[in-house]
Design a protein around this ligand. Structure first.
Ligand code: NAD
Ligand code: UGA
Length: 484
């Protein structure tokens, strides 16, 4: 007979980021009997999670404010007191960042696990009694071994305690996508739990079963669970690189990538989702997770497999540079001193996240060419753009006064704008880089007269109505459109 699942009454989540915050908010909302403490070293981030004005939460996600509003102060708490939260917890989620290593062994490919290791050591130091440690971060396959080694070395009573301490490690990767995080968390396609200890697996499954149908809670061994997360992201990214490669072919053959997507997506074996061609995938995870997969393949002496996945990333970077190059080419081979309106900076719509946003590489290429960029994004602030471009904002030049000295010297500049209509003022081109809903409904009859003619629209997300744009006399390029 299996033992009844351990009753979880207190959860600690280390990491109050894009995953830790929303995930724990939904758990707290759905499990009123569990106290959920989300902790982070970043005091400013925690202060923002505690802001009484819910529009100031550090993560923008549709529906998140309502969930936090219901649970915060009841059974959902945000704090910087990591040690205390760990010591009170029956279950500790590790939801910290796992970026690509920037230096040393495996630099540029392997995951940097320093934050995960620090968490394991902190849990080893502060936990009391029996603690279930859950890997929520995306990790290289077999990371649980490292965490287990650190925890097992600490499996002895604390100085002030007589009872022994014990630990179990589970893998529970997160599949939410930004912009739809709450929807994904509330009705996930599946929840994946990997582990060896049945009691611990069932204790975690019991939490999710408060709102997820039991057939959607999948159980595997630890290594399958860790590897499934990397594989899921690699497959999704691979579809985007595949369709973007075909988009380039469409543009030179007269085909339309949306028609090709529709035709292939109608095959139920392929399916219609994730076939939108665009400026390449961004976001904090696709690139880093594939590079991690590449690193693992090389580590395990599988160079052909590594090369296969590496090409998904190579094609993605190529797509971003290709778009910047074609803008320069269409604007008579130079953008030096020309004003370009960049609409959208976030890596996708409905998020304020700019990590690996295609807009960064495209903007940097254009700045390198000496362009003057008026950047508008409804959710991304100027400070973030400045950090991403590694360039301070300039004051907007007077659109009537002719090129400035800096412009004539060929120095690229950028400045933030607070609306589309201000951004397009005096511009030679509009570039649409994020698929924000408002960009689907732009009034081109109003925009065209404000631009310097002949003017272009480069629609890297294929959100505009081509007839509406062209009827105003504007020239149009749309990704994957052989008619452009
Ligand atoms: P994030 O950078 O937004 O948040 C991580 C947080 O962890 C930061 O606030 C940081 O201060 C904190 N932190 C780091 N070390 C700490 C420590 N020792 N003690 C306390 N706090 C610490 O990252 P994220 O986007 O939430 O991603 C977290 C993990 O989830 C990553 O492994 C990522 O690959 C994975 N993931 C992300 C997404 C996504 O959509 N962003 C989706 C699925 C999985
Ligand atoms: C992705 C996965 O979808 C999640 O399942 C996963 O949990 C997450 O990564 C992660 O591990 O971080 P996310 O990056 O938030 O989620 O967003 P996606 O919707 O996957 O979009 C990623 C990028 O691909 C965006 O830049 C988006 O614009 C682009 N994309 C997406 C396309 O260019 N075409 C598409 O058809 C779909």
């Amino acid at each position: 007979m299996t033992k009844p699942p351990k009753e979880i009454r207190n959860i600690c989540c280390i990491g109050a980021g894009y995953v830790g915050g929303p995930t724990m908010a939904v758990i707290a909302d759905r499990c009123p009997n569990i106290q959920v403490n989300v902790v982070d070293l970043d005091a400013a981030r925690i202060a923002a999670w505690n802001d009484s004005d819910l529009s100031k939460l550090p993560v923008y996600e549709p529906g998140l404010d309502a969930v936090v509003g219901r649970a915060r102060g009841q059974n959902l708490h945000f704090s910087t007191e990591v040690d205390i939260a760990i010591s009170k917890a029956d279950m500790v989620f590790i939801s910290v960042n796992t970026p690509t290593k920037a230096k040393g062994l495996g630099s540029g490919q392997a995951s940097d696990l320093r934050w995960v290791e620090a968490c394991a050591r902190q849990v080893a130091k502060c936990a009391k009694g029996h603690t279930i440690v859950v890997e929520k971060s995306t990790l290289p396959v077999r990371t649980a071994e490292t965490i287990q080694a650190i925890l097992h070395a600490a499996q002895k009573p604390l100085v002030d305690e007589s009872s022994p301490r014990s630990f179990v490690v589970l893998s529970n990767p997160e599949f939410l996508a930004e912009g739809t995080a709450i929807q994904d968390l509330e009705s996930p396609d599946r929840v994946l739990i990997g582990g060896e200890d049945n009691d611990a697996i069932e204790a975690l499954a019991k939490i999710y079963s408060q709102w997820v149908p039991s057939e959607k809670i999948l159980r595997t061994n630890l290594w399958s669970s860790e590897l499934s997360k990397l594989t899921a992201n690699a497959f999704l990214a691979q579809r985007i690189s595949s369709i973007n490669s075909v988009a380039a072919l469409c543009e030179v053959t007269g085909a339309d990538v949306r028609e090709v997507s529709m035709a292939i997506g109608a095959d139920s074996r392929i399916g219609e989702r994730f076939l939108n061609s665009g400026p390449g995938f961004g976001g904090s995870c696709f690139k880093k997770d594939i590079l991690n997969l590449v690193y693992l393949c090389r580590y395990f002496s599988l160079p052909e497999v590594a090369d296969y996945w590496q090409n998904v990333v190579t094609l993605n970077t190529w797509q971003q540079h290709r778009i910047a190059r074609l803008v320069v080419k269409q604007l008579f081979g130079t953008v030096t001193g020309k004003r370009l309106a960049l609409l959208g900076f976030a890596f996708k719509a409905n998020t304020n996240d700019t990590r690996e946003a295609p807009a960064i590489n495209i903007a940097k290429d254009l700045l390198e060419e000496g362009a003057q960029l008026a950047i508008y994004d409804p959710k991304v602030n100027a400070k973030q753009i400045s950090m991403d471009l590694q360039l301070h904002e300039s004051s907007p030049p007077d659109s009537e006064a002719g090129p400035t000295r800096a412009a004539l010297n060929g120095e690229g500049t950028w400045w933030p704008e607070s609306s589309v209509i201000e951004a397009v003022n005096g511009a030679d081109a509009v570039l649409i880089l994020t698929e924000w809903e408002e960009f689907r409904h732009l009034n081109w009859a109003m925009i065209a007269p404000k631009m310097r003619q002949p003017a272009w629209v480069f629609d890297a997300r294929a959100v505009v109505d081509p007839i509406a744009v062209r009827s105003t006399g504007l020239k149009l390029w749309r990704v994957g459109d052989g008619d452009s």
